[in-house]
Design a protein around this ligand. Structure first.
Ligand code: 5GP
Length: 206
């Protein structure tokens, strides 16, 4: 079985990435969503081992030292990182693995895995971004302001991504992401073995 594709999804806080990922998992089979480790406090309703593995700073440091994380980054006072084991296991089993991570982590993943596909999710407008972030109601004004400032920094890095995905109508956005990933499977670079087989076997017709 061919290996799965590593897909990195980033986007502004409030772009609706979480909702897009949830719907993608419900709607299509072949995806595995990586669960990150974080030092931030759980939001109401978040469960350890489901949205994140919630860990202390000391525990996080230990994971770094033991090389258990593919990448990690600091984001607004907290650390976030991607555990290596699950990602490698799922890719080997042929699943396309999605990492929903911020831009510094995305760049590190691309550096180490040039074949990874990077997708940037954005709301249609900046006003919409602000509205979504404020309406979520889970963050203080101060955190919202920090996240908006961070959005401005992240916007600078949008061109480094392979694809841009506008999240306006949820299901359209989800289907679009699915089509992007499916098209990536058809790239000749990802099918070198198959191409070699066809070349070799067709030589008999010469
Ligand atoms: P939140 O606190 O809103 O759940 O996440 C804050 C930011 O951290 C989001 O942009 C999210 O994509 C990012 N993030 C979540 N997990 C990881 C991770 O494992 N690594 C990195 N680099 N960023 C992450």
């Amino acid at each position: 079985m061919s290996k799965g594709i590593l897909v990195v999804v980033s986007g502004f806080s409030g772009a609706g990435k979480g909702t897009v990922m949830k719907r993608l998992m419900e709607k299509y089979d072949n995806y595995a969503l990586s669960i990150s480790v974080t030092t931030r406090q759980p939001r109401p309703g978040e469960v350890d081992g489901r949205e994140y593995f919630f860990r202390t700073k000391e525990e996080f440091q230990q994971l770094i030292q033991e090389d258990e994380l593919i990448e990690y980054a600091q984001y607004v006072e907290n650390y976030y990182g991607t555990p290596r084991f699950y990602v490698e296991e799922q890719l080997q089993s042929g699943k396309d693995v999605i990492l929903e991570i911020e831009i510094q982590g995305a760049m590190k993943v691309k550096e180490k895995n040039p074949e990874a596909v990077l997708v940037f999710v954005t709301p249609p407008t900046v006003e919409e971004l602000k509205r979504r972030l404020t309406n979520r109601g889970t963050e203080t004004q101060e955190v919202i302001a920090e996240r908006l400032a961070r959005a401005s920094e992240e916007a600078e890095g949008m061109d480094s991504y392979d694809y841009l995905l506008v999240n306006d109508v949820l299901d359209e956005c989800v289907d679009h992401l699915h089509r992007i990933i499916q098209s990536e499977h058809a790239r000749s670079l990802r099918n070198t073995e198959f191409i070699e087989t066809i070349k070799k076997e067709s030589r008999q017709f010469k």
